[in-house]
Design a protein around this ligand. Structure first.
Ligand code: FE
Length: 191
């Protein structure tokens, strides 16, 4: 009798055990599968309005800057989905009238991702200009890595489809459409 109970217990335990062990393995295997498919962020031209040596700042807001407030958050990671601590991000974009400040550094700034590879940019929504839909220019670089130059686009812009540089994979994700507008974008670069 005791033997039967023990045996039955053993059988049910041997059925249950692999399930409890399999769950975390499945989860990590799934994460690994996602990581292995991570492609580097598509590069795009920096255009004629890049200026080196922008000020280091997370917020591009300053007196005289008017427009719809935008907060962009995200992370910088390797193609293996490892976060890149202290990755450099340099942002620049046009004002609501579609003009760049090429004499000073308005709406230009660089920053470093934190120890988890996360960044946050506070700015305003740029305006479109001749031939271009609304966009944000960016350079991203892992410490000691090569520079990725690209552009980010806003979802739902009618001019997106008329812009030859527009790429769907560079669309930011809308997190909150109220005030401030909140967008998200994760960069994948070669470290
Ligand atoms: Fe531009």
């Amino acid at each position: 009798m005791n033997d039967r109970i023990t045996r039955r217990f053993f059988l049910s335990a041997s059925i249950v055990l692999p399930l409890t062990v399999d769950l975390p393995l499945d989860a990590s295997a799934q994460a690994a599968a996602t990581c292995s498919t991570a492609k580097s962020t598509r590069p795009e031209t920096g255009g004629p309005n890049f200026k080196p040596r922008s000020p280091e700042r997370q917020s591009l807001l300053e007196p005289g800057i008017e427009g719809r407030r935008l907060i962009l958050t995200g992370s910088v990671m390797t193609t293996g989905c490892r976060p890149i601590a202290r990755a450099l991000l340099d942002f620049w974009h046009a004002n609501p009238a579609g003009q760049y400040d090429n004499t000073g550094f308005r709406l230009r700034g660089h920053q470093y991702a934190n120890s988890e590879g996360s960044y946050q940019l506070e700015t305003i929504v740029p305006g479109p200009y001749a031939g271009r839909t609304r966009h944000i220019h960016v350079k991203v670089q892992a410490p000691g890595g090569t520079v990725l130059t690209s552009q980010l686009y806003f979802p739902g812009e009618p001019a997106n489809v008329r812009d030859g540089l527009f790429a769907r994979e560079l669309l930011m994700t809308m997190i909150d459409s109220t005030d401030p507008l909140q967008m998200q974008f994760d960069f994948v670069v070669v470290a």
